[in-house]
Design a protein around this ligand. Structure first.
Ligand code: PHE
Length: 336
């Protein structure tokens, strides 16, 4: 009778975990068949005890093994169901990153100028005295050097973090003859107290146009074109100013009272706002860079990207733009 059970146990299969559990209770449960067989042991004749014991043990091992194997295979099946089960389920969505507001504004500015033939030039953030100051008509001990609080890495000879990307324009003129139309976007550094309005680094785009017969009228028209493309219908005004590397020099204000559209977002302005410095390149600067000022003239301009990004996006604190808080960054979706 027990041998029959062994055969049954070995042939047993199950489709569900419940069937396996019923099978386990039937054989191995506390009131199961094995319990019963073991309790019969004392009634078995002495000369048959050995064989009886062996057969019951075989049954027990077979039942236990069967339960283990069936449980295992059923569990595996369930797991794979989780992975392959419902093939019509939508896939996990791919998170797309967003561009940084400074990159968005930089890319827009770059596009506006490349549409009128400006190329993009870049240079090192660690500069020497010549490219950041001296070539730009700021000789040693020139008081205007104090306008830009400089981070020095080394003195004598001076190695420093560039305070403006005008240094890139010097490098460009040293290596290229007119006609020159180039803009230089990049990060610049100034030793200023960090606050909501100022940081020890920020970003600029500076532009340079050198050719025969370039006039102040060309500068003004270029700036009018730029502000219209950048901010929508807009008014600008030029205020006389001073930079050592341009003569004459001016500060450019844009009237922010109009509605401004950048990247499908409308921003309502608040009046005249200073957005950049500009002027006619000083003949000394051209000479310093190997361009003959008797033949060529040019204009230059420079603007801060961070300020513009803050205005356009109503960002209240410049520090937010370098804290890498994803909740801040993911708000900027752009095609630029
Ligand atoms: N380099 C100036 C600055 O950083 C900006 C500027 C560029 C002004 C070119 C005039 C001409 O403030």
């Amino acid at each position: 009778k027990i041998k029959e059970h062994i055969a049954q146990v070995e042939a047993f299969t199950a489709a569900t975990k419940e069937e396996v559990e019923d099978f386990r209770i039937k054989y191995l449960g506390s009131k199961g068949l094995l319990k019963e067989f073991f309790s019969e042991f004392k009634n078995v004749a002495n000369d048959q005890k050995k064989e009886f014991g062996q057969v019951v043990n075989t049954l027990k091992n077979a039942a236990q093994e069967k339960v283990d194997i069936l449980k295992d295979t059923l569990e595996n099946k369930e797991e794979s169901k989780g992975v392959y089960g419902d093939l019509s389920r939508p896939g996990a969505s791919i998170e797309l990153g967003s561009r940084h507001p400074i990159s968005i504004v930089k890319n827009k500015i770059t596009e506006v100028f490349s549409n009128i033939g400006f190329n993009v030039s870049e240079g090192p953030e660690i500069e020497d005295d010549w490219h950041n100051f001296t070539a730009l008509n700021l000789p040693e001990y020139h008081p205007a050097r104090d306008m830009q609080d400089t981070f020095f890495i080394q003195t004598d000879p001076d190695v420093l973090l560039r305070t403006h990307t005008s240094s890139v324009q010097v490098r460009y003129m040293e290596n290229n003859q007119p006609p020159i139309r180039t803009i230089s976007p990049g990060r610049v550094y100034r030793n200023e107290a960090i606050s909501a309005r100022a940081h020890c680094f920020f970003h600029q785009v500076e532009g340079l146009y050198v050719d025969k017969g370039v006039s102040f009228a060309d500068l003004k028209q270029t700036l009018q074109y730029f502000t219209t493309e950048m901010f929508g219908k807009s008014k600008i005004r030029l205020r006389p100013s001073y930079f050592p590397f341009t003569e004459p020099s001016a500060e450019v204000d844009v009237y922010w009272g109009l509605e401004t559209e950048i990247d499908h977002k409308i921003t309502k302005g608040t009046g005249w706002l200073e957005i950049m410095g500009c002027g006619m390149v000083d003949p000394n600067v051209l000479k310093n860079c190997g361009i003959d000022p008797e033949i060529y003239s040019g204009f230059a301009f420079g603007m801060g990207i961070d300020r513009i990004a803050m205005l356009l996006n109503q960002i209240p604190d410049i520090r937010m733009m370098s804290e890498n808080d994803v909740r801040f960054l993911e708000q900027f979706k752009s095609t630029y």
